[in-house]
Design a protein around this ligand. Sequence first.
Ligand code: MTE
Ligand code: MO
Length: 363
Amino acid sequence: DPGTPIAKPLPPELLRPLDTNAEMRWTALAGQGYVVPNDRFFVRNHTETPRLDADSWRLRLFGTGLRGAPTRDTPVEFSLDELRRLPAEESDALLECAGNGRRYFAEQQGEPAPGVAWGLGGVGVARWRGVRLGTVLRLAGLRDDAVDVMPEGLDPDYVTGGINLGRVRRPLPIAKALDDVLLAYEMNGEPLPPDHGFPVRLVVPGWIGIASIKWVGPVEVSTTPLFSPWNTRFYRMFGPGHPAGGTVLGAQLVKSAFELAWDARVPAGAEVLLHGRSWSGNGPIERVEVDTGDGWRPADLVAADRGGAWQRWTVRWRPPAPGRFTLRARATDTTGATQPDRAAPNTLAYLFDAVVHHPVTAH
Ligand code: MTE
Ligand code: MO
């Protein structure tokens, strides 16, 4: 579908040959099922997908937050078979890149938007199966005074601007780590595809995608706060309204997308059934409104999705005449949060939650 934008390459100083930043095409979901099929799911890699051997792979937990304080060289280990023998859980969870929608900072708000120019395709829901991270942490000897858990990916080191920042890793506060986080080994009923973290990844529901570390290997558990460039340099809100050191990012905000090509073509004068989805990191979607040019009206929510990771909806529209139209969708979640007209500007252009102006041509 050449009408849907694919994320632009990183600027040259950030470019590595095999970076992957591939959006899901919203047209591929049009009127389709709840989860995104594995071969349509967006991919966001800082470097490149490693090919790991499941038999020799081990989860390796270490640090002061575990009894006996095992070191990186003497970790508590779990094989894939051992993880699979622990109580399994299935969860439909949404993954979304913190930069999803970034291009609209530039296109709708005229603000600088450095980094990958995502449209709205950096998001998806899959049915994940795995074991709770909390179960594994407790088996490994979690101490009551642990504060942070930092999973580390087995993909190649991330080198940017000539500096090696090491493996992709980011600490999770212990409260979230013990809540709903999964160590997932299946995606939509299949072993994780290599691009999505084979053999095991974290799935951190509701949080920015970087929390869901893929190809997880070492996991540091600590009684003192942990830091990495992924919670100090990146994935913080910098700029107006934020302290000089920035505000660390966690949960996602409210968003909506039409299951249409960017600048879709529809027949003038005929009724079309528009499909879309809305989601929020802070709770289920309560209400969706759509404006096709003559004011806001409620969309019809798919009843089966109520309370879920995202909410499908439809609305009927008859383009009155040939010409250019702007479609807008605006969701409200169960905390009462509604998409604003303008997203909060921030230097690294994260969390674009404003109502997106979707162009459509009737002919
Ligand atoms: N984990 C590792 N090890 N390396 C990465 O580059 N990218 C993160 C996260 N986990 C990344 C990672 C980012 S920024 C996002 S948005 C999600 O993975 C994307 O997950 P997906 O590619 O399965 O859609
Ligand atoms: Mo991301």
